[in-house]
Design a protein around this ligand. Structure first.
Ligand code: 1GP
Length: 246
């Protein structure tokens, strides 16, 4: 399948440096609030929005949030925690398979349930290997993941390689929202070593510029922050500034 508009944008933008993606959980916001948050994030230089959550997400609210964020002109990409996250206004969806889930539903089951809707809405799909590392947070729990231990970063790289061999051009290394520790940089180093062509997104527990810096130095193509958007907007600004200098 050909790369769509959003994927091309991400790859083009990558040539200038690592990207910052802002995660917005529709369970924790609404259309009105999302508009303000979206403006703030666009003004500090985020590159795109991810919208999604593992629990409490309904399509009606998600659609409102997506529409509000689209007003910034930046791409809005669904980061699906479940079928209820699929809404018509989104520009793209990370069509992700949770490769280290013990439950086939999260590897391919949800995908067959959602694919016709995605086609009907004409949403661009970005084939993505989703890998839970360490703590895993709600995504790990809900997705019945067998998380890659922090001490075994090489296992994360094997999932990324296997995903790329299956045609997944993107990989998302996930420590879980609000995780006490982020993905270890060595997992990124080894992933990029084995799969240099894969666009590696890293998220979960990134709260300060030093952590973000270490991850992009390790080779991350994009980093995701969610929790600090509202909790610590100053740290968020510093993180985006740090990325723009690397
Ligand atoms: C979670 O990777 C994202 O899916 C973002 O995590 O909320 O910890 O920034 P945080």
């Amino acid at each position: 399948m050909n790369q769509g508009k959003v994927e091309k944008y991400l790859l083009e933008r990558r040539k200038e440096g690592p990207l910052h993606l802002s995660l917005i959980d529709p369970d924790k916001t609404n259309g009105e609030k999302a508009e303000k948050i979206g403006d703030m994030l666009a003004s500090v230089g985020t590159d795109a929005f991810l919208v999604g959550g593992s629990t409490g997400v309904c399509p009606f609210e998600t659609e409102q949030v997506v529409r509000s964020l689209k007003k910034t002109g930046l791409p809005v990409i669904i980061f699906p925690g479940g079928l209820s996250n699929i809404v018509p206004s989104a520009d793209a969806i990370l069509y992700m398979s949770l490769l280290n889930s013990d439950d086939p539903y999260f590897i391919i089951g949800a995908h067959i349930q959602g694919c016709l809707l995605i086609k009907k809405y004409n949403i661009e799909t970005i084939p993505t290997a989703y890998i839970i590392v360490g703590h895993g947070g709600a995504a790990g729990h809900v997705g019945k993941a067998r998380p890659v231990p922090y001490e075994n970063p090489e296992l994360a790289a094997l999932y990324v390689l296997a995903g790329s061999m299956l045609g997944m051009r993107f990989a998302y290394l996930e420590a879980g929202s609000g995780a006490p520790y982020p993905v270890p940089p060595q997992a990124v180093v080894l992933s990029k070593k084995l799969s240099p062509e894969t666009f590696v997104i890293v998220g979960g527990g990134i709260r300060d510029p030093k952590t973000a810096y270490e991850l992009v130095k390790a080779g991350a193509d994009a980093i995701v922050t969610g929790t600090i958007i509202e909790k610590d907007p100053e740290a968020l600004r510093e993180i985006i500034k740090t990325l723009s200098k690397t």
